[in-house]
Ligand binder design. Sequence first.
Ligand SMILES: [Zn+2]
Length: 544
Amino acid sequence: MSIHKQSVRTFFNGKIFTANPEQPYANTMIVRNGRIAWIGEESDLERIEGECMDLKGQRVIPGLIDAHMHPLWLANASKQIACTPPFVNSIVDLVEQIRKSCKVNETGKWIEGWGYDEGKFLEGRAPTRWDLDKAATEIPIFITRTCTHIAVVNSKALELAGITRDTPDPPGGEIDRDLNGEPTGILRENAKDLVHCIMPVKSLEENAASLAELSTFLLSRGITAITDLMSRTEPIDYLEMYNTAVKKGLKQRTVLYYLWEDLKDHSILHSGNINNANQIHIGGIKLFADGSVSGKTAWVNPPFLGDEENYGIQTVTKEELLAAATAAEQNNVQLVIHAMGEQAIDFIIDTFYGKKGWLTDGPSIRIEHAAMPTTRAIQRAAETGIAFVTQPIFVFAEIESYHNNLGPERTKKTYPILSLLEAGIKVAFSSDAPATAWADPVNPFVGMKSAVTRLAYNGADTGQIQKIDIFTAIMLYTKEAQEITRIPHVGQLSVGNHADFIVLNKDIIEVRPEKIDTLVVQETYMSGNLVYQDHSVKLHTTSN
Ligand SMILES: [Zn+2]
């Protein structure tokens, strides 16, 4: 992001939506040394300064901020088997894909896959170790479910991890077993780590290179600021890895949220690391209060449909939550808690109800996903200033799981975004990519379409009364996401901010809602510099 020389550019003839409520529209912007020096209507401009940049009447919006994602997983997922449509629609397909991978596999290498969802499989069930054994018995296989909270492994992987019928469930995790008590290969929550911890780790340099590669892809989706919600200190420190990625070409402004369990023994939350003036910095402490709706591990009430005993899993104690909050407060960072089910959300909000925030530049506590807040939870979260970071792409892409696990009526009540906003809760959109069963999980326009139409990809109604307009959807990916992630000087195209913006091939405000996900980013600018240009579409043709 360094600015090599004094530079001035005037961008004119744009249809700019600024995301600044005080001045939502403009057509001209003067950028000096990467910052917006003036923005408004060309007719009010005394003189054009510096280099002239014609926006050719295209729609321009601020660079998008993905407030909850997993860039390293996303980067690595592209190197693994995608266990999602269009290639994998059944367990049979899955086994076939793994067989193909095995053929080109180097000895000793694990086969990894991501994104399966038994709700989408023809067989209507999850794969087991015995299914995966049909692909390979000598090569270990590790397949992560779409929710990332559940994995299935083959017998070889169980053997290497030493998991047998006598292995007890670890705290906060479950080893699925058949009627005879044999592990089925399905590992839930913390049980995944029993296998994960013996898998070979990529070097810091390799991972940094993958992140740098991903950076360009994210720019092609209009994303100029990112977050990593699973940052670790071991075996590789993420801060160091991301800083190395910057040297290799990572351009996004990046906030890291470290897992609480890693921070207990490492005092890395010092002022140099949390300074948000740095391109890479630490923003908070992350914990999990439950699992996922699609994996039936969210801590819900009432129980899951047709599974009267199953209220999901609680994955944090009140003591841990309070200890993490104290650490967050002492170190002046955010407390960020994953919670999907009603009980998980209530648990957090009841624990912190009425607590005064400790941060001065944004919400001190965030609830991630927040799929099923009750009316009471919404009220109390609003009163306490707890922010919600949610992913409208979930119910859009995973509708089968929501219908199977909650039923259609309860599904329509999930992600009540309009109600959250009306109650005065701060809300940001995000993707949680790659933890979504969708071929392009990080695409912000898919999430925006879902929130604006409240229809799933298959046309199912996901709650029409919670529809929001496209302006709000953009705000939740820009201005509101900035206020929650606290990345300085982004999110709105206004004087003093970085000139991070995107040029779209069609007008997102005029386009029919069902077409929002067909939008293509033509150009992405950061600090007023062109950092991405789409070559597949002829630039600056007619809008709409
Ligand atoms: Zn996540």
